[in-house]
Ligand binder design. Structure first.
Ligand SMILES: [Zn+2]
Length: 278
């Protein structure tokens, strides 16, 4: 499932391709991908020029010249592919929508499991109202200091891993990067989020930033479906230290990595480096 580094990789690629281009046509092949909107509502994008491509948590935002934005949420298996002029995209049997641009290039939204969504944030709306309660602190943003993470975790009796997966607390961290960050910070995923003292909060913040930056630097993790905007795989899956390594020796201490279930998600932990109740 694409997390912050994967979405950021797509954002960087599209930022080199689509600003300055005009949207000629929006073709919705599967109405579910724009639900609850009607596919016709996306036609307001036609004739608008792309200004810039941004990201908020795991959401991509394509900002347009009239102040509106197209928000793309890839969710489980969504891909947003950039197709050069002349390339046919109809071969993809999971194609759900196409945004045709004035230079003949196209943005193809493909999604096998159909959880991904396209949505229009209208011009003149309040974008912060849209994000409030939905997306919390940006971990690669300037405001993500120890105090911000401490605030997000304070008073929470949920496992720290569940708190990290809560997009309203920390935006963009999902199952892969939560496991990797907790491993690096030597924190057991079932530790109460609210029980972490300042020293461990600081270690966790540093670990979150480190793993996300490494994810971006390697082009994201392609474990199952993820591909970037050009259809290529990332490299992060090859350098994971704990996630998916059940039964293998810990790279730090040699103990056997175990798999648990936390917040309904497969969770990987070194029982020696990440002790409970510390
Ligand atoms: Zn270990």
């Amino acid at each position: 499932m694409p997390e912050l580094p994967e979405v950021e990789t797509v954002r960087r690629q599209l930022s080199r391709r689509i600003p300055g281009r005009m949207i000629l046509r929006v073709e919705v092949h599967d109405p579910l991908c724009v639900a609850p909107a009607d596919p016709e509502e996306l036609r307001v994008l036609e004739g608008r020029e792309v200004r810039r491509v941004a990201r908020r948590g795991k959401h991509l935002l394509i900002h347009l010249d009239d102040g509106a934005a197209l928000v793309v949420h890839l969710r489980m298996t969504g891909r947003l592919l950039w197709h050069a002029p002349g390339r046919a995209d109809d071969a993809d049997r999971f194609l759900r929508a196409v945004v045709a641009l004035d230079d003949g290039s196209r943005l193809a939204f493909a999604d096998q499991r159909r959880f991904g969504r396209l949505r229009v944030l209208p011009a003149g709306g309040d974008p912060e109202a849209f994000w409030r309660g939905r997306v919390g602190a940006e971990p690669l943003g300037a405001g993500f200091d120890n105090a911000a993470l401490a605030r997000a975790l304070r008073g929470r009796s949920t496992p720290v891993k569940a708190a990290l997966l809560n997009q309203a607390l920390v935006a963009g961290v999902g199952n892969i990067y939560a496991d990797e960050a907790l491993f690096r910070a030597r924190i057991h995923p079932l530790t109460d989020a609210g029980a972490l003292g300042p020293r461990r909060v600081a270690a966790l913040r540093e670990a979150i930033v480190d793993v996300l930056e490494q994810g971006v630097a390697t082009g994201g993790a392609s474990i199952r479906d993820y591909a970037d905007a050009e259809g290529a795989r990332g490299g992060m899956q090859d350098v994971l230290r704990v996630h998916l390594r059940e039964g293998e020796p810990c790279v730090r201490c040699g103990a056997v990595i175990r798999k648990l279930r936390v917040a309904q998600r497969g969770t990987y932990v070194c029982p020696a480096c990440q002790r409970r109740g510390r």
